[in-house]
Design a protein around this ligand. Structure first.
Ligand code: NI
Length: 253
């Protein structure tokens, strides 16, 4: 269930039986000419919504803007500085911890968030270890799970797309969003192939460098292969992996 659609007495009742919460986290950044700017926030939301049907858990509001400085060469992209994202995560966790949540299961859709989210977790643990915590909990546990790393989803991507799945604006993530938002997907997907069909691979530094190296925004992918049907299968595969993992997380110390 979504926290935003609950009343506080329901949250209070939930906290008597569980202290776990899922926090989807993503980004608002270009995903090539045929992918939504919200792809990386939408994907963990789509997965989390179904995951909550499998396990008894509340879904927090999505942290939908992340660390995406390298995408600012494309209109519509928004970034938080790493230090801002660390603060957003810290305040979100501290707020929820005050109510009694202590198991924070972040479902992430953006590779560029990983280093910053891990730094945010260490800031939280450092507050506990140094005795300066703003919350009232001593045993907070935060984990980060990237939906795109789920082995069952990766198997489907390998079968359906092979190397054309790519690294950014992947055929898999675009499929997942076309599944959840078919009308908007039909609008942006266009017809015909992109040029080159499979985008280049490579490294990048700042946003100007990124745009020079990857002129249409993709890295290594051919997202014209994306279909809603594959997206539906990817969602179910990721949910199955994450449901088992979430249960293990709650059972651990
Ligand atoms: Ni993405």
């Amino acid at each position: 269930m979504r926290l935003q659609l609950m009343a506080w007495p329901e949250v209070e009742t939930y906290l008597k039986r569980s202290s776990g919460i899922i926090i989807p986290i993503g980004s608002a950044e270009q995903h090539g000419p045929t992918g939504f700017i919200g792809t990386d926030a939408l994907c963990p939301e789509i997965v989390a919504e179904k995951l909550a049907e499998e396990v008894d858990v509340i879904i927090a509001p999505t942290i939908s803007v992340g660390m995406a400085q390298h995408h600012l060469g494309f209109p519509g992209s928004i970034t938080l500085r790493p230090s801002t994202l660390i603060a957003v995560i810290g305040d979100t966790v501290a707020s929820l911890a005050r109510h009694g949540f202590d198991r924070f299961y972040f479902v992430n859709g953006h590779g560029g968030n990983i280093a910053t989210v891990k730094a945010a977790f260490d800031e939280i643990y450092a507050e506990t270890s140094l005795g300066t915590a703003r919350h009232n909990r001593t045993n907070l546990r935060c984990v980060l799970r990237n939906w795109f790393d789920c082995p069952s989803a990766q198997e489907i991507e390998a079968e359906e797309f092979g190397d054309a799945n790519g690294r950014h604006a992947t055929a898999g993530e675009v499929s997942l969003t076309y599944f959840a938002y078919p009308e908007d997907g039909a609008r942006i997907r266009g017809t015909g192939k992109l040029s080159p069909e499979i985008a280049p691979l490579g490294t990048y530094y700042d946003c100007d460098d990124y745009r020079r190296t990857f002129p249409d925004g993709r890295i290594g992918s051919d997202p014209t292969l994306a279909t809603a049907d594959i997206g539906s299968r990817l969602r179910d595969a990721a949910v199955s992996d994450l449901a088992a993992d979430y249960r293990r997380f709650l059972d651990a110390n």
